[in-house]
Ligand binder design. Structure first.
Ligand code: F6R
Length: 613
């Protein structure tokens, strides 16, 4: 998704903007641009392609200024091109604007503005915004932004720089896209995401829906474009972030994705810390659910998108098995439009790494409107998801930079286990011993992941051979099924190999037709209760002479005789196996994409934080 940066202070803005843009590139983008201003010298440059290409185009002899903004664009309206790249300028060339999100009524606004004499140069929805600001400008850029936004429908974050008021930036947020103000000494910053700010400050203000911020080097003034309000005292909502700046660097790894895969033991330990007590009980203060609410809950709906959706599927298996609570799982983009039935005493639980995924947020709002209790498992404190929820389990994965989610997914699984253990304390169930065994095993899990990470020769070899194949399948049953789906998603998104994940028993209902000699099928078989059934499904695959690759617990003998190749994971409680299997399929996808020399951290067409529908 688009990334926004801004700076106002005493330093040269350009290097700061470029550094921050580079730190946002993980969000996915196809073009980039900057604008800086000083003593009436207004310099704008943009480029199709990477930030490096923008850097080559900049004329450093004139690109000077102590205030500026920048942008990485992920195309929605209009193809990736220099013309469609941001910043966009008004007719007079005095106002520069960058935007993340969508202007839903841009066509009618554009027609109206063109009729009023404004000249458009791009195909973007964004350009209407800068012409609207121009239309309403009468010497006060903040006021012009407020009036402009009153005409707009959609979800957006913008930053505006006016040549005639070059001591300030105006930032505004409507609905979902995130916008963070970084508070420095004698300088202030703005960015779409916290990691881009950490080199400059750890004090941040997360803008709320409807807010307009006038940012000068010594001050930030918060107002709201929907109501005529006095400027807000924002200090109360300033957060101090304890992530070190290095979290946004590769730390010696060739890719962020590999670094993040290796950070998973820490994610597990950090997410459990202080919440899982020695006796197996839990202490999760941010969750804000009362024992009587837990006893009363009749049904749970887990909503999420992509990888986070697979964490929801794991939750469904566990919550239904252990607590006998009916659980439905939905992708955010469907849940919000299918008029879901949510009765009294039902909970909606959203899972999201970024906490800014538009469809997940809309699903939470749907739940709220239907009076459900709304909970969340998310990685970002202060995110929209965190703020919308009645209670939260924060996954402590730290910032995830690679587009493909890895450590955040494992953090989400740990969040699911914590919620399960927490609820089990207050509801009668018949799995006390099993649950106790799982809780006893959880503190060992980080060590087991570490062990798995230490020997990647086998997975690397198999991945190198899969890289030569046109397609791949992942199959599994029960708790292995969500990880089959996750493995398939990981592989396709970073290697671009056609890949499908399936419930193993479903193959014969159609998909088996696609199996041919040598096509790789990763067969996950970590669940003892369906192990024999899984091996029968493997036989069906073998009969089509496909290439079977088992993913099984260490010491498993059945698979050694049956499958062509075997990947193992350390033995653990079967309910925790999804974590270890997930790490193994992440490595498989990573090494495969690496063998194919793909752009692993920024796969084509994808964005990190999907803040539009
Ligand atoms: C895949 C991936 C995506 C995200 C999805 C939801 O590797 O990262 O499928 O899981 O876009 O994002 P969050 O968790 O930020 O809501």
């Amino acid at each position: 998704m688009c990334g926004i940066v801004g700076y106002v202070g005493d330093e040269e803005a350009l290097p700061i903007l470029l550094q921050k843009l580079n730190l946002l590139t993980y969000r996915g983008y196809d073009s980039a641009g900057i604008a800086v201003s000083h003593n009436g010298n207004f310099y704008v440059e943009k480029a199709q392609g990477k930030v490096g290409q923008l850097e080559q185009l900049i004329d450093y002899s004139i690109a000077s200024g102590v205030v500026g903004l920048g942008h990485t664009r992920w195309a929605t309206h209009g193809e990736p091109s220099r013309l469609n790249a941001h910043p966009h300028l008004d007719c007079s060339g005095r106002i520069a604007l960058v935007h993340n999100g969508i202007v839903e009524n841009f066509l009618s606004l554009r027609t109206q503005l063109e009729a009023e004499g404004h000249t458009f140069r791009s195909e973007t929805d964004t350009e209407v915004l800068v012409h609207l600001v121009e239309k309403y400008y009468d010497g006060n850029v903040t006021k012009a932004v407020q009036l402009a936004l009153q005409q707009v429908e959609g979800a957006l974050a913008i930053v505006v720089l006016h040549k005639d008021e070059e001591d300030r930036l105006v930032a505004a947020k409507m609905d979902t896209p995130p916008l963070i103000i970084g508070l420095g000494r004698g300088e202030n910053h703005v960015a779409s995401d916290i990691p881009a700010l950490l080199h400059y400050t750890n004090k941040v203000y997360v803008m709320e829906d409807g807010e307009v911020a006038t940012i000068t080097k010594n001050d930030v003034l918060i107002t709201n474009f929907r109501e005529a309000v006095q400027p807000r005292i924002y200090e109360r909502r300033v957060m101090v972030i304890d992530w070190p700046p290095e979290v946004a660097q590769k730390g010696g790894y060739p890719h962020y994705m590999l670094k993040e895969i290796h950070e998973q033991p820490d994610t597990i330990e950090d997410t459990l810390r202080g919440r899982l007590l020695e006796d197996g009980h839990t202490d999760i203060p941010d969750l804000h659910v009362l024992p009587e609410e837990i006893r009363a809950v009749q049904r749970m709906t887990f909503v999420a998108c992509g990888t986070a959706y697979h964490a929801c599927l794991v939750a469904k298996h566990l919550f239904e098995t252990v607590l006998r609570i009916p659980v439905q799982v939905d992708v955010g983009s469907e849940f919000r439009y299918r008029q879901p039935i949510i009765g009294p005493d039902e909970w909606v639980v959203a899972i999201s790494q970024s906490g800014e995924t538009a469809d997940t947020i809309a699903s939470m709002r749907e739940g709220r409107e239907q009076h459900a209790k709304v909970l969340a498992i998310t990685n970002v404190v202060g995110s929209s998801v965190a703020r919308l929820a009645d209670g939260v389990i924060f996954t402590r994965a730290g910032p995830e930079i690679a587009v493909a989610s890895t450590k955040a997914f494992v953090g989400q699984l740990i969040g699911v286990y914590l919620l399960l253990l927490h609820m089990a304390q207050f509801r009668p169930h018949a799995h006390a011993d099993e649950l106790q065994a799982m809780a006893g095993e959880l503190p060992r899990l980080a060590g087991l992941v570490q062990r798995l990470l230490e020997d990647q020769a086998g997975v690397q070899d198999i991945a190198g051979r899969i890289a030569q194949q046109p397609a791949c399948f992942f199959i599994g049953r029960n708790l292995d099924e969500p990880i089959a789906l996750e493995g398939s998603l990981k592989l396709k998104e970073i290697s671009y190999i056609q890949s499908q994940g399936y419930a193993a028993g479903e193959l014969k209902h159609g998909t088996l037709a696609l199996l041919e000699e040598g096509i790789p099928v990763i067969c996950l078989a970590t669940q003892p209760n369906v192990y024999d059934k899984m091996l029968s499904n493997v036989q069906e695959v073998m009969a089509r002479r496909a290439w079977t690759i088992g993913l099984v617990p260490e010491g498993d003998t059945g698979s050694q005789h049956l499958m062509d190749d075997v990947l193992t994971v350390p033995r653990t409680h079967p309910w925790l196996s999804p974590v270890l299997a997930a790490v193994q399929v992440q490595l498989l996808a990573y090494h495969c994409a690496n063998a194919l020399e793909r752009d692993i951290d920024q796969p084509r067409n994808l964005a990190k934080s999907v803040t539009v529908e």
